[in-house]
Design a protein around this ligand. Structure first.
Ligand SMILES: NC(=O)C1=CN([C@@H]2O[C@H](COP(=O)(O)OP(=O)(O)OC[C@H]3O[C@@H](n4cnc5c(N)ncnc54)[C@H](OP(=O)(O)O)[C@@H]3O)[C@@H](O)[C@H]2O)C=CC1
Ligand SMILES: O=C1O[C@H](COP(=O)(O)O)[C@@H](O)[C@H](O)[C@H]1O
Length: 508
């Protein structure tokens, strides 16, 4: 039986790493964009790190008429093109031996019969019982039908082994759709079997929010309304829609990024300390704070939200088309590619502290960060010196330049008492001298380990939709087109109108 051997990895040496039970990973949508760009390279990198379990098997499922060899070639090409590491021939060859392909259409019940036979054959060949992970890397319309077909083929319950389903985003296009999807999934699977992916939770820097907050005594005393003036969460992208018009036209920035990733970031920043770093304690706290978020009331929609759409411009020196000129986009499209929001978190810790969120495509650069701006000092004794004392900021950089920076005011040497802001900075790159694993590596491994801490639970998803749905409804009632902004800019200038007096967006 071929297995991927555990290799020496200086980056993780000395780290305790739990070992997953034998697992068959079945990827539905195994030839698609997500599988090729993210999932297959992630599996390769797990193999490279020796993190795949003994008895690992990979089965790809899609309609393409490939045989096992053809699928192995597709994997090799995907890994060569998209892996964060240059592939090692031996590791890749051993991984490919474990990969097979099952062609078929998701609506064909025979596909699931063949799949069951194949899985049972692997159990016999490897003389062990594999856990099964069904990864739904396919259009959302197939999520429920695939799970129902798996249930009908008796593939979702196993004696002496676990069955889990990893569900990609989006979980519905609305609160109602999300509820209906969750209902259909839960009719077949128990909640503990469902792993809803939010790939931001797999990012090292996002997990570090919890470490920063709850493993240091330094921050907690001022992490609240008494000291924090406002919080801003930015997910700026320089890319456009990357050929995904079909999906993006029916989504827009609020559904694509705010409803999931950005509200998860907000939850991690605003939640109370969990009693343990384990799935339910962490998710209980996130769900609690998400339920405390109040979206703007319909009459506040103009003062607390801004929608934008990029027009032709220049990004990184290259001329790029406007959103309405992208392939597959309606030339009259009203889909927003930018959104800025002001939200309130109505609880004891955060009452009165605005949380500003903004995200956009084709902005001046890629930047994901969370900044907490502290209240100004109550009295500035140095004003007469012509110095400026900026409000202190704690900036958590999710990407790029991953790290944490605290800005403080320092005296300019040689001046009498003039100040300028300076940074106390921790950077992952220079501190750990190592490249962080990709989010999907961590998440696929956690799914194999049965650790759902970094996956979202049904009630969190519902709470996230309960925040976004009233905004979508208010926008739909108003029926106004999004404001144009130039590609390569910082977004529409109107984003400033949602800021309360004295607050400012950080420069991108
Ligand atoms: N791409 C990305 O960057 C991201 C994607 N996602 C999510 O991942 C999921 C997949 O997205 P993506 O990879 O982009 O989609 P693609 O359209 O690129 O891939 C879809 C896959 O499903 C297969 N497929 C489609 N219809 C059927 C069918 N009826 N029967 C069997 N196989 C079928 C396709 O192969 P074939 O046509 O040969 O059957 C292909 O392998 C979506 O839910 C998306 O929202 C989430 C985050 C980022
Ligand atoms: O889920 C999505 O995320 C990406 C951004 O992810 P990142 O890891 O590069 O920050 C976004 O481009 C895409 O539109 C969205 O669907």
């Amino acid at each position: 039986m071929a297995v991927v051997e555990r290799r020496r990895n200086p980056l993780t040496e000395g780290l305790e790493r739990p070992v997953a039970a034998p697992t068959a990973l079945v990827i539905f949508g195994a030839t698609g964009d997500l599988a090729r760009r993210k999932l297959l390279p992630a599996v390769y990198n797990l193999a490279h790190d020796g993190a795949l379990p003994h008895g690992f098997r990979l089965i790809g499922v899609a309609r393409g008429e490939l045989d096992d060899q053809g699928y192995r070639e597709l994997i090799a090409t995907a890994v060569e093109r998209f892996s964060r590491r240059r592939p090692d021939r031996d590791v890749l060859a051993r991984l490919l031996e474990l990969a097979t392909y099952e062609p078929g259409s998701f609506d064909d019940s025979e596909l699931y019969v063949r799949l069951r036979q194949r899985l049972e054959r692997f159990d016999r060949d490897d003389c062990l019982r594999h856990n099964r992970i069904f990864y739904l890397a396919t259009a959302p319309a197939f999520f429920a039908p695939i799970v129902e077909a798996l249930g009908a083929a008796e593939l979702t319950r196993l004696e002496e082994a676990e069955v889990r389903a990893v569900v990609e985003k989006p979980i519905g296009r609305s609160l109602d759709e999300a509820r209906e999807l969750n209902r259909r999934l839960r009719a077949v699977l128990e909640e503990r079997q469902i792993y809803r992916i939010d790939h931001y939770l797999g990012k090292e820097t996002v997990q570090n929010i919890l470490a920063l907050r709850f493993a240091n005594g330094l921050f907690e005393p001022f992490w609240n309304r008494n000291y924090v003036d406002y919080v801003q969460i930015t997910v700026a992208e320089d890319i456009g829609i990357e050929g995904r018009a079909g999906y993006y036209e029916s989504s827009g920035a609020l559904r694509d990024l705010v409803q999931n990733h950005m509200l998860q970031l907000l939850a991690l920043i605003a939640m109370e300390p969990p009693v343990r770093f384990a799935a339910d304690p962490v998710r209980d706290e996130k769900a609690k704070v998400l339920r405390a978020v109040r979206p703007p009331a319909p009459q506040q929609i103009d003062e607390a939200t801004v929608r934008g759409q990029y027009v032709r411009g220049v990004v990184e020196g290259e001329e790029v088309p406007g959103y309405r000129e992208e392939d597959g986009v309606d030339p009259q499209s009203r889909t927003e590619t930018y959104v800025a929001l002001r939200l309130a978190v109505e609880n004891w810790r955060w009452a009165g502290v605005p949380f500003y969120l903004r995200t956009g495509k084709r902005l001046v650069r890629k930047l994901t960060e969370i900044a907490l701006t502290l209240k100004p000092v109550p009295h500035l004794a140095f004003q007469a010196e012509g110095g400026i004392a900026q409000q202190n900021e704690i900036v958590l950089s999710v990407q790029p330049n991953e790290g944490v920076a605290i800005s403080i005011n320092a005296k300019i040497p040689g001046s009498r008492m003039q100040m300028r802001p300076v940074k106390l900075e921790f950077l992952y790159g220079s501190t750990f001298l190592s490249e962080s694993p990709e989010a999907y590596e961590r998440l696929i491994l956690d799914a194999m380990l049965g650790d759902a801490t970094l996956f979202t639970r049904e009630d969190e998803v519902a709470a996230q939709w309960a925040i976004c749905q009233p905004i979508l409804d208010a926008w739909a009632r108003k029926g106004e087109p999004p404001l144009p902004y130039q590609a390569g800019s910082e977004g529409p200038a109107a984003a400033n109108r949602i800021l309360l007096p004295g607050h400012r967006w950080r420069r991108l």
